[in-house]
Ligand binder design. Structure first.
Ligand code: NDP
Ligand code: MG
Length: 392
């Protein structure tokens, strides 16, 4: 029986994870569930999955959740704040942590789980983008098992040799990172200038939270994933090729030096990588329909358009620059995406905000988490000020 803490239970990945867990009550039990704004949903999840702890961000939310839980006779204990998140991620009773908080807020609790040697199911790509060097060092030191949930990275993981982490060379030529191209594939920058948040969030293949949906539409998500892949698989950005594949059936592939390409295919449903990582190295039912290749009939591939989608180019440049450049990119992007969702800036201005922030700040090599946090703060302040300037 594996005992699980689910960071970000109320989100898209959180809900899919609970769906898989509920199919296997003999294998998994829930220790803690965490949420932020969706308190009613978190209360229901605590009842259904008999969580020992529930964590929210502040005292007011905690009091509200407590009232709901007591009214339903649920025994879940409510705690709040960053220390509480880190506590449920690192408690001795827990062996597996799903890291599915969105954005930089996921870094500290995920690292708390890493440092205590948990099995980590990593959805929160932002923590690797922000602090990849320190994060991977902590994984090495603690002996934590790190399994990627991001569908592309999970696919690559499945296509790599089993001893890849130890042997490492293994005749690999390139990692082929799939990209659906998002809702605006084939559009020009001009056509994208007036799109609404709802249009940007209407992904053709995947149902996801709003932040990652906007990132998918701008291809910043692919850029973040490129950086994530560099850290996870210990390769440089030149070893990774982005392949636009609109059907989202091939989730990514590994090209070997003998000409072989190993790919992982499946319906676009996050329960597959979640089930894979939960059960690894075994396999469990994920509740996902079998792939029907006759129905799909056709798979297409094209190059990414870096002119129309400058966020991907910015991320490529950032991956090459390393240091705290990815942390700056990530923070500026979070601020810009929120401003776009709040209808304060246009869609194409997201890249403008990120680009200006990267040019306006100098890069350093972060030696500590405090230094990463400082770069993150500076980038947030710079991009917020820039947005205020272009708004007026
Ligand atoms: P959602 O927006 O759907 O969910 C985010 C979760 O994080 C929610 O539980 C939310 O709580 C919580 N949360 C948000 N802000 C904070 C905060 N400041 N402090 C604590 N908790 C917070 O996101 P997704 O599930 O789509 O994505 C989660 C992560 O997984 C992201 O890093 C994303 O990049 C990654 N990912 C997602 C994929 C997907 O298919 N959705 C695919 C691959 C990666 P509440 O809702 O209660 O406010
Ligand atoms: Mg992905």
């Amino acid at each position: 029986m594996r005992c699980i803490t689910l960071l970000g239970a109320t989100g898209s990945i959180g809900v899919s994870t609970l769906d898989v867990i509920a199919r296997h009550p003999d294998k998994y039990s829930v220790y803690a569930l965490t949420g932020n704004l969706q308190i009613d949903k978190l209360a229901l999840q605590c009842q259904q999955h008999k969580a020992k702890f529930a964590v929210v961000n502040d005292e007011v939310a905690a009091a509200k959740l407590d009232v709901l839980l007591q009214a339903s006779g649920c025994a879940t204990e409510v705690i709040y704040g960053m220390d509480a998140l880190c506590q449920v991620a690192s408690d001795d009773a827990v062996d597996t942590v799903m890291a599915a908080i969105v954005g930089a807020a996921g870094l500290m609790p995920t690292l708390a789980a890493v440092k205590t040697g948990k099995k980590i199911l990593l959805a929160n790509k932002e923590s690797l983008v922000m602090a990849g060097g320190l994060f991977m060092q902590a994984v090495k030191e603690s002996g934590s098992v790190l399994l990627p949930i991001d569908s592309e990275h999970n696919a690559i993981f499945q296509c790599l040799p089993a001893d890849y982490q130890q042997a490492h060379s293994s005749g690999i030529n390139k990692l082929l990172l799939s990209a659906s191209g998002g809702p605006f594939r084939g559009w020009s920058a001009e056509q994208m200038s007036a799109v609404t948040p709802d249009q940007a969030c209407a992904h053709p293949n995947w149902s996801m939270g709003r932040k990652i949906s906007v990132d998918s539409a701008s291809l910043m998500n692919k850029g973040l994933e490129l950086i994530e892949a560099c850290w996870l698989f210990d390769v440089g950005p030149e070893k990774i090729e982005v392949v636009v594949h609109p059907q989202s059936i091939i989730h990514s592939a590994v090209q070997y030096i003998d000409g072989s390409v190993l790919a992982q295919l499946g319906n676009p449903d996050m329960r597959t990588p979640i089930a894979h990582a939960l059960a690894w190295p075994q396999r469990i039912d994920a509740g996902v329909a079998n792939l029907n290749l006759f129905e799909i009939a056709q798979l297409n591939f094209e190059q990414a358009d870096l002119q129309a989608f400058p966020c991907l180019q910015l991320a490529f440049d950032t991956a090459r620059a390393a240091g705290d450049a990815p942390a700056i990119l990530n923070a500026a992007n979070e601020i810009a995406v929120q401003a776009f969702l709040d209808e304060r800036i246009g869609f194409t201005q997201i890249a403008q905000v990120v680009g200006e922030t990267l040019s306006g700040l100098s890069f350093t090599e972060p030696e500590s988490l405090d230094a990463v946090q400082e770069s993150d703060n500076q980038a947030r302040a710079f991009s917020a000020a820039y947005i205020a300037k272009i708004e007026s």
